[in-house]
Design a protein around this ligand. Sequence first.
Ligand SMILES: Nc1ncnc2c1ncn2[C@@H]1O[C@H](COP(=O)(O)OP(=O)(O)OP(=O)(O)O)[C@@H](O)[C@H]1O
Ligand SMILES: [Mg+2]
Length: 380
Amino acid sequence: MPELTDDALVAAVRTALDAVLDPEIRRPITELGMVRSVEVTAGTAVVGIDLTTPGCPLKETLTRDVTGAAVGVPGVSDARVVMGVMSPEQRGALRTLLRGTDAEPTIPFAQPGSLTKVFAIASGKGGVGKSSVTANLAVAMAADGLRVGIVDADIYGFSIPRMLGVTRQPTRVDDMLLPPIEHGVKVVSIGMFVPPGQPVVWRGPMLHRALQQFLADVFWGDLDVLLLDLPPGTGDIAISVAQLLPGSQIVVVTTPQLAAAEVAERAGSVAVQTRQHVVGVVENMAWLEQPDGSRLHLFGEGGGERVATSLTKLTGTDVPVLGQIPLDVRLREAGDAGTPVVLTDPDSPAAQALVEVARSLTARKRGLAGMALGLTPTGR
Ligand SMILES: Nc1ncnc2c1ncn2[C@@H]1O[C@H](COP(=O)(O)OP(=O)(O)OP(=O)(O)O)[C@@H](O)[C@H]1O
Ligand SMILES: [Mg+2]
């Protein structure tokens, strides 16, 4: 093969860079105007990259991906990346590319024709496992190949960042926020905007405004599913969610305990007033498996079923129990460590139950194998 000229190599490197995605925006860096320059001399490529912000936490990932793409070009043996920062004009252009020219950001999930399924995870009582369920459902869906985002709407008790191991702040591009991505899930939490250790004292209208911002100012890209982790109870946030996302559906989390179930029914019944659809009930902490395989029903039995039956009556639609999640120390430990149990112990009964719930919510398209086709063979 004849040696390529340096000009041809530059063109080949540029083409190779089409395959490098910005880790936050998940679009080719060439399309986003991030490739400032490409030079090739004596087999060494020097690529100039403009970051969205100087402190971009994903510098290393980008450097690795760009270098990898460049040295993958035959004739390029070495590559170097020179990082710069976008000018205000470049940032403005990027914002327009991603968001259009609308002056006032709108909530993409509330637009007619939005294809994103929105689920709000609610409970009556606190501490029943809403956040754990939300975090696990999200990563299970992402592992199934869906594009997933979470809004931690629990202003007072935000816990999603810890459960997903998110330590980064969103990146700001003009008035637009790029959410951090962890385990394949885009995550935004009020916890990211509050200095550590400070209590949040916000009233209803401020909560409403904060939620609106989460939904509108964040660049979510195209999502298949958005999950909202709600605070416990039937407070202002639940009503704001109904107003801002009229198409959102409710998943009620309860424990088997009667007292928890009664309060969960109340949380679910708010949906009747806000005209939201209740998709189903998740019974968490359902039992503890003993070393001999028997089940210890620590919190009693029947709470999930009871909530499902009463919400079915109340709403006039079928509200099923989507799953029962057993108590499992590994679930708690995995949450504390920032990698949900569906990833750390996928074979555990708790993880499997969570994956089942995730799939029933997204109603994954399945292959035809093993499915009834509804066809009856005709006699010959
Ligand atoms: N099935 C389970 N097995 C073991 N531990 C669990 C289980 N579900 C939740 N936990 C643990 O119980 C605690 C409360 O769970 P979590 O924070 O998810 O509840 P929550 O409903 O979001 O609480 P809050 O009302 O405070 O927001 C956490 O420490 C979590 O790790
Ligand atoms: Mg919580």
